[in-house]
Ligand binder design. Structure first.
Ligand code: CA
Length: 233
């Protein structure tokens, strides 16, 4: 067991605004996930994709151990928050099984819907992000209980996966409201004959259903073991 690499220092962000200074009294960089591109991608052997929960998706060069910012969520999504407690910010990333040819990957992040203004993303700081035709989706809200946050599933398509910059498109796939602490979690693709299914371990939808039952009658423990699948379009 040995140190491998150190993430650049970061602090929580709020409403799309990066912190004015690093808070040295807080946690200095929070890695939420580390992923390799699919093995058939040209640069897969030389780099990892690393998420800092605070708002930046990095590319980590395995040789130099250098982190290069790839997507800054705080600069793109005006209602992005990573300072609101557990499981805020960027949560997870998964590469499309066909990534080597189509450049697609998926992320989950957290937004705070009651912030002022539009939730529409902006490319003011990333002109190579093409947002033509981008639309937010209607939030799937729980049948009972408050909604303080939303989990947002984004499909990204990088037109050139042989460099360390993003140039391509984004598409919002799903937006799910939740109270606190339980956003959509990990993402996994399952390849079945003739189709790909995306699976997410999530308590958001199931917790909401359990709460609804709890209000109706006998107490039902909140389930945190549920898996939700949908077919990728
Ligand atoms: Ca690129």
């Amino acid at each position: 067991l040995e140190d491998y690499a150190s993430l650049p220092l970061s602090s929580p962000t709020h409403a799309g605004k990066p912190p004015s200074a690093i808070d040295y009294m807080g946690q200095l960089g929070r890695v939420n996930s580390l992923r390799s591109e699919p093995a058939d991608a040209q640069l897969s052997a030389s780099r990892f994709f690393v998420e800092d929960q605070r708002g930046t998706l990095f590319i980590l060069d395995k040789t130099t151990k250098k982190f290069t910012p790839y997507l800054n969520f705080a600069e793109i999504f005006p209602k992005f928050v990573s300072d609101t407690g557990n499981t805020s910010g960027i949560v997870s990333i998964v590469f499309d099984p066909g990534y080597a040819k189509n450049g697609k990957f998926y992320t989950v992040h957290v937004e705070k819907p009651d912030l002022e203004g539009s939730a529409n993303p902006t490319n003011a700081r990333l002109s190579t992000l093409n947002l033509d035709g981008y639309t937010t989706t209607i939030s799937v809200t729980p049948p009972a209980g408050p909604v303080h946050f939303e989990s947002v599933l984004i499909e990204w398509k990088d037109d050139n996966i042989r460099n360390a910059t993003f140039e391509g498109t984004a598409r919002e796939v799903l937006r799910v409201g939740f109270d606190r602490n339980h956003p959509i979690a990990d993402l996994v693709f399952n390849r079945w004959p003739g189709r790909d299914m995306m699976t997410t371990g999530t308590c958001t939808l199931r917790s909401a259903m359990a709460l609804k039952e709890k209000l109706r009658g006998p107490a039902t423990p909140s389930r945190s073991d549920s898996i939700v699948c949908w077919e990728k379009s």
